[in-house]
Design a protein around this ligand. Sequence first.
Ligand SMILES: [Zn+2]
Length: 284
Amino acid sequence: MLNFDQKKLIGSAAIFLAGIVSVPAVQANRLESFMLDKSRNRIEFSTQDQVEPRGQIIENPPRLVIDLPGATYSGPTVRRNVGSMVQSLRVGRLDSLTTRLVVEFSPDFNLNALDEQPLKMVAKSPSRWSIQFPSAIATAIQNTAMSFIMPTVGGISSPFGWRINPVTGRRQLHKGIDFAAPMGAPILAASEGIVNDVGWDDGGYGNFVELRHTDGSLTMYAHASRVIVSKGQQVSQGQIIAEVGSTGRSTGPHLHFEVVINKQAVDPSPFLHSDLVIMNIASR
Ligand SMILES: [Zn+2]
């Protein structure tokens, strides 16, 4: 009932405004969220208004495709790596009136498991849907390779990917994950390694620590209020290396965490013990 009233209100406001400024009379039905919940083995998505999703399994390469007719998505196609069996989530457009969500499975994934336990799309409300994966896929999701622990307490306030920079207002690649954490909260080494670099960065990272791990990958921890380790020091996984702060280009206390492999910043989320994979669509 509330939804209906809100919709009516938005509709009449738009018509009223249309006479003054050129505002489209019809409010677009926008995609609002798309995420994978690894602890509950399901994906969830929601739109602003009602939607009638159409799901299909495609065999080669194996993937689950969900089309949302009438739901618009205006950004470019975005893709998030997840892990080995469920490889990625993708959001894009099929055409100007249809949003397409894709869950890509590994080519090794055996789709026959879905014959015995077919996927079901369930409406929690007319704009909020979930798909529960059967146990065969659930196990595969949990088996994804992960070697880093969460580097601090707190939730993810900004994921890896293209976004409007909150400080500069410009569109740029956010090369790490931000964790909203209180000032002074411990920053932990995500894995064992050696302190590769430590100090102050003029480019905006403020006080930072960079660790080099045994496989050659680097992790970087920025905006710290205090750094506890020094260059060349050996650290173990979970060791406190710094404290959360807001130094450098920052709007409040948080940890900016980067993973660099072969000199390229990659999305850290597949390496972390995080149960939620949330697509970065909020800023679009
Ligand atoms: Zn950041």
